[in-house]
Design a protein around this ligand. Structure first.
Ligand code: HSE
Length: 429
């Protein structure tokens, strides 16, 4: 039996995907039955690492999704359009889809899966989160019987690399970002990574699978790493923490879900604290499982293509055993109907690290304590470590507090005469 693939995109991941499909020795024998029928690219003149027989490469991307001989469309274009429209057209034509496109799935998952369920095709996306780390299928299948309590991930390699470098060398954000761009680790426009949007797309997908409810991407509270500097990294280190950009989804007391992305002080002994450089890791906590952590390369051509091709052979395996799909396997498809209600940020309970610059006069710490106390913010520790140009630097770490109460206390503290500024506020795991 042969299965025809239409590949959309021949960038880093597309090239590695083609390389795996064309070099089958020593790999799963199903690969021998998969044929790259068409490869859609924006330019036929660009030099390519892989060569295809004449006529395989085309700039007619719509022709690929409308080609009746193609069984599986592999979308590796990235970005929202034309990826979304091509995926929908492929589904309408009864083709299965494999995609690495977290942005499209996080925003248009509802539309895409409703269409896929109607025409009874699979849309698989193992490569969309964590690159080469198997996390989508394990969450759906191997861990599917657990009551998931929390999914916590370092799911963006660019920001993890920057924070690791800042921590190792005491360097400032802007310098490390410039160096990362020079080395090709960060994109020329790093906004989606640096501001946490890429991580928010990924946690939206993970939360949907882990908790069985769709997530409105725009409701996810999202903070990036632009405000993190060498001073906070150094204080965090002295207090026993490292700073990581975490994407968190957890069930909350009020039957809603907390889904958020923000830089976080992570205790050094926590399993995620030692995930460095461009690596990703996802910690899943559930009942009765306890904790399980998935770790590995979260980006890169080969790693991501490994996940893409695993999805291709999953579909090929199903088609081989049962011919045309009449009913979708619920452990591979997505049929969530409802949107989760997300806990408003002010109701989320978390610990905070906050750094103040203030006059070094008697009673300042007392005033801080009073303001926090009046808003039910309990303080875990207060340290006055250094001075910055005549101003005392005070760092407070709170116990678990309601974010709304914490913000009200800070609004009052800002107006205290002795307070010069509040240079940074970071949540603590
Ligand atoms: N830009 C992403 C990262 C990789 O830095 O992790 C693709 O998801």
């Amino acid at each position: 039996m042969a299965f025809n693939i239409g590949l959309l995109g021949l960038g880093t991941v597309g090239t590695s995907t083609a390389e795996i499909l064309l070099d089958t020795a020593g790999r799963n024998s199903l690969l021998k039955e998969i044929i790259i029928k068409q490869v859609g690219v924006s330019s036929l003149d660009k030099p390519r690492k892989v060569q295809f027989p004449s006529g395989v490469m085309t700039t007619d991307l719509e022709g690929i999704v409308n080609d009746p001989d193609i069984d599986i469309v592999v979308e590796l274009l990235g970005g929202l359009e034309p990826a979304r429209s091509l995926i929908l057209q492929a589904i309408a034509n009864g083709k299965h889809v494999v995609t690495a496109n977290k942005a499209v799935i996080a925003r248009y998952g509802d539309e895409i899966y409703t269409a896929a369920n109607k025409t009874k095709v699979y849309v698989l996306l193992e490569a969309a989160v964590g690159g080469g780390i198997p996390i989508i299928k394990p969450l759906k299948q191997s861990l599917g019987v657990n009551r998931i309590k929390r999914v916590t991930g370092i799911v963006n390699g660019t920001t993890n690399y920057i924070l690791t470098e800042m921590s190792a060398n005491g360097a400032d954000f802007a310098d490390v970002l410039a160096e990362a761009q020079k080395l090709g680790y960060a994109e020329a426009d790093p906004t989606a990574d640096i501001d946490g949007w890429d991580a928010a797309d990924k946690i939206a997908i993970l939360a949907t699978i882990a908790f069985g409810e769709r997530i409105k991407r725009e409701e996810i509270s999202c903070e990036g790493i632009r405000t993190i500097n060498a001073t906070d990294i150094s204080y965090a280190e002295q207090l026993g923490f490292v700073i990581k950009l975490l994407a968190i989804a957890q069930s909350s007391k009020s039957d809603s879900l907390e889904v958020r992305v923000h830089p976080t002080l992570v205790p050094k002994e926590h399993p995620l604290a030692s995930i460095n450089d461009v690596y990703n890791a996802i910690l899943v906590e559930g009942e009765p499982l306890g904790q399980v952590m998935f770790f590995g390369p979260g980006a890169g051509g080969g790693a991501t293509a490994s996940a893409v091709v695993s999805d291709i052979i999953n579909i090929a395996g199903i088609l081989k055993s049962s011919g045309k799909t009449t009913n979708l396997d619920p452990l591979l498809s997505c049929s969530h109907q409802h949107y989760a209600s997300l806990t408003p940020t002010e109701e989320i309970e978390t610990r905070f690290y906050v750094r103040f610059l203030c006059q070094d006069v008697p009673g300042v710490i007392g005033h801080l304590g009073t303001c926090f106390g009046e808003h039910q913010v309990s303080i875990e520790s207060v340290v006055q470590i250094g001075f910055k140009e005549e101003l005392a630097e005070i760092v407070v770490v709170t116990h678990n507090v309601q974010e709304g109460n914490f913000r009200k206390a800070l609004a009052e503290i800002k107006d205290l005469e002795a307070i010069d500024s509040i240079p940074n506020i970071i949540r603590v795991l």
